[in-house]
Design a protein around this ligand. Structure first.
Ligand SMILES: Cc1ncc(C[n+]2csc(CCOP(=O)(O)OP(=O)(O)O)c2C)c(N)n1
Length: 356
């Protein structure tokens, strides 16, 4: 840590590296909530309250906070299965997310989606997708709808690094470039798939993957939430202004195993490597230290923020635990699209006669 005594203490109004102080503090508050929420989910999984798959985003919080806070309300977010914190960042209630993880009727997907399938259409959070790369063409589809209806929104599409070796990724980026779609494709580059280093299975680097389609690419330090926020504000403005798609290699690191049943380290990465990253590249600690060194945060306020995050996580746990399971009759609902609901044209007009 730098010597705080020799540093000029900026006034609160100056902010940090161009980010206003209240925004920087909000980013810290957000990331603390994500961390405490996921620690609570981890605890719930260990005692059997959550079953099935559950992928934690711990270590990658800045990649959710710094990107999504730069969006407008009408913009879309779509993601893979490591999406709890992105849903929180989009403003979804911790309790409905936790209830979904618990498989309860009060969850955002009625308890039938679980950890990998969080949705909130009103907040334009379009999931939660379990098939690696599946959300990438869907993001292009959302972008196409925005162009077709002449709207002004932007789509933020998150994926893991393994997704860039999927065929769907390449088809979707090609079409997006041809049609100049308002989509930002964000690769959360945590260096590993489930248990394989990206470098072992990839002929070229992540940041090079969009150049074949002429989509501008940038590398952003995803552990530095202020740098991430700053970069995405610019990218979102460019895309909203009609600049066409963008692609980001967002450098990050996952501190936990791939999912709850996987070891944190072992055959594919060493314990030393993980310990080193936890010590040097924790996005929450990095921002906390920077705010404190600048005299913009004191220990008491930090503790109050953290206590509030823990309280929200505990309340989410209690809400989920007290919620009922879905009714048996729900087994057959939402399995297939319901027929006869009235089809609409892509521009939103009702198709005459309705029907399927
Ligand atoms: C098409 C497909 N193949 C394989 C799997 C199994 N699988 C689930 S997660 C995963 C690794 C994905 O890693 P990455 O995209 O880097 O995301 P991260 O887990 O690091 O967030 C694999 C291979 C899958 N879900 N879908």
């Amino acid at each position: 840590m730098a010597d705080t005594k020799t540093k000029k203490t900026p006034k609160a109004a100056d902010g940090l590296r161009g980010v206003p102080t209240d925004t920087a503090l909000r980013l810290l508050r957000e990331m603390l909530l994500y961390r405490r929420f996921e620690e609570k989910a981890e605890e719930a999984y260990a005692i059997g309250k959550i079953g099935g798959f559950c992928h934690l985003h711990i270590g990658q919080e800045a990649a959710a906070a710094g990107t999504i806070l730069a969006l407008d309300e009408g913009d879309y977010v779509i993601s893979a299965y490591r999406e709890h914190t992105q849903a929180l960042a989009r403003g979804m209630e911790p309790s409905v997310i936790m209830a979904e993880l618990f498989g309860r009727a009060t969850g955002c997907s009625g308890g039938k989606g679980g950890s990998m399938h969080l949705f909130d259409v009103e907040r334009r959070f379009m999931g939660g997708h379990g098939i690696v790369g599946a959300q990438v063409p869907l993001a292009s589809g959302l972008g196409w709808k925005i162009r077709y209806r002449e709207e002004n929104d932007v789509v933020l599409c998150f994926m893991g690094d393994a997704a860039v070796n999927q065929g769907a990724f390449h088809e979707a980026l090609n079409m997006s470039a041809v049609w100049k779609l308002p989509v930002i494709y964000v690769v959360e580059n945590n260096e590993y798939g489930m248990g394989t280093a990206f470098s072992r299975v990839s002929a070229t680097e992540i940041h090079e993957r969009s150049c074949a389609y002429g989509i501008p690419s940038s590398i952003v330090d995803g552990q530095d939430v202020l740098a991430t926020y700053d970069a995405f504000r610019t990218l979102i403005d460019e895309v909203r202004g009609g600049g066409g798609p963008r692609y980001v290699d967002l450098r990050t690191y996952r501190f936990k195993g791939h999912s709850m049943s996987d070891p944190v380290s072992g055959t594919y990465r060493s314990k030393e490597e993980v310990d080193g990253k936890v010590k040097e590249a924790d996005p929450i600690r990095l921002l906390r230290d920077e705010l404190m060194e600048a005299g913009l945060l004191d220990q008491e306020s930090l503790e109050a923020m953290d206590a509030e995050a823990k309280k929200q996580a505990l309340e989410a746990f209690e809400f989920a635990d007290e919620s009922p399971l879905p009714d048996e009759g729900e087994l057959y609902t939402h399995v297939y699209a319901e027929l006869g609901h009235g089809r609409i044209f892509m521009d939103g007009r009702e198709r005459p006669g309705g029907g399927a």
